[in-house]
Design a binder for this molecule. Structure first.
Ligand code: PMV
Length: 326
């Protein structure tokens, strides 16, 4: 059967960096995120007797042998549950350029999970889909539920899944993603999570993130934007400190990244409530409330030598659509 799913990337306010179980991708901290409406992946999966091996194609981009292997490995997890022996053809399309500075693994593995599970006629719950997506790429589990999402660390695979805290309409937040470089990262995050464990700050960051996770949930409950902003910057800087002091160190920032951080501090002094967070790359996610978007964008547009700006609103979780890619 052929099925197509759409899934959105997500930005974490409290981040996942480091695992307690590498193979099961159990995170050392719980995380909180928002799905991003302009950054999504469409994936069509067809299982059939006519295919003698799994294939994976990305419309408008190249895929490596390693990526095909990862996709095939994920299909095998789903085949095992469905007790199927059929191979599949997988075709994906991102709304944003691959290696264009936006991580596609979260939306990619979330869409692949939903499309493949349904193509094999599995009737899985959101929790089960989230657990499966996590096994493909940790942060992908947060792209399964709607809107604002928490992923509780859990001690076992069954306990480690994401669930929606609030629907997309709960809080009119913006993620203004400023792309300063479109270079692909040299070290995949799967390895990066491991390298950070050598950092002298690793345990400290883990214990701080556990506290900040609870604080972030309070900020959401009260819709206290300055509180959420302070928390997200604190965790982002702690995570990057771990990255920079791991072995070998992962230094993701570029001069432009720092220039934008400095500007954000300055804009806050001028009275614009805007905060930043940064994933495993040099691009900066500027988070503000919808009511401040316009006056803030005027400032952002003045920054020189930016590659691209993507303005994201909160989005729903992964779902099936009727139009197929092949
Ligand atoms: O899911 P991964 O292995 O691509 O790791 C995601 C890591 C960060 O984006 C840096 C943080 C996060 O929680 O999304």
């Amino acid at each position: 059967m052929k099925k197509t799913a759409k899934a959105y990337a997500n930005i974490a306010f409290i981040k996942y960096w480091g695992k307690t179980n590498e193979e099961l991708r159990l995170p050392s901290t719980s995380s909180v995120s928002m799905n991003l409406d302009k950054c999504f992946t469409l994936t069509t999966v067809e299982f059939a007797q006519k295919y003698y091996k799994d294939s994976f194609e990305l419309i408008g981009g190249k895929v490596t042998e390693k990526e095909i292997e990862k996709v095939s490995g994920h299909l095998s997890r789903i085949r095992k549950i469905a007790k199927s022996t059929q191979f599949a053809k997988v075709v994906s399309q991102n709304s944003f350029p691959k290696d264009g500075g936006v991580a596609s693994s979260a939306s990619g593995f979330a869409a692949l999970t939903v499309a493949a599970a349904n193509a094999l006629d599995l009737d899985l719950s959101e929790k089960e889909l989230s657990i499966l997506a996590r096994l493909g790429s940790g942060s992908a589990c947060r792209s399964i539920p709607d809107g604002f999402v928490e992923w509780c660390e859990g001690k076992t695979s069954e306990e480690s899944f994401a669930r929606s805290l609030y629907s997309p309409s709960y809080w009119d937040l913006r993620d203004i993603l400023v792309i300063v470089s479109t270079q692909a990262k040299k070290i995949a995050s799967t390895l990066g999570h491991h390298l950070g464990k050598q950092s002298i700050f690793y345990e400290k960051r883990v214990s701080q993130a556990k506290k900040l996770f609870l604080e972030a949930k309070k900020a959401f409950l009260k819709k206290d934007f300055p509180l959420l902003g302070e928390i997200m910057e604190k965790d982002c800087l702690a995570m990057h400190s771990v990255m920079m002091t791991g072995s070998p160190p992962l230094f993701y920032w570029l001069p432009k990244t720092v220039e934008i951080i400095q500007k954000i501090y300055q804009w806050r002094e001028e009275g614009i409530p805007v905060y930043f967070t940064i994933d495993a790359g040099p691009n900066v996610h500027l988070i503000c409330e919808g009511k401040d978007e316009k006056r803030f964008l005027e400032k952002v547009n003045k920054i020189k030598e930016i590659k691209n700006i993507i303005i994201n609103k909160p989005a729903r979780g992964a779902y099936l659509i009727n139009e197929h890619l092949f």
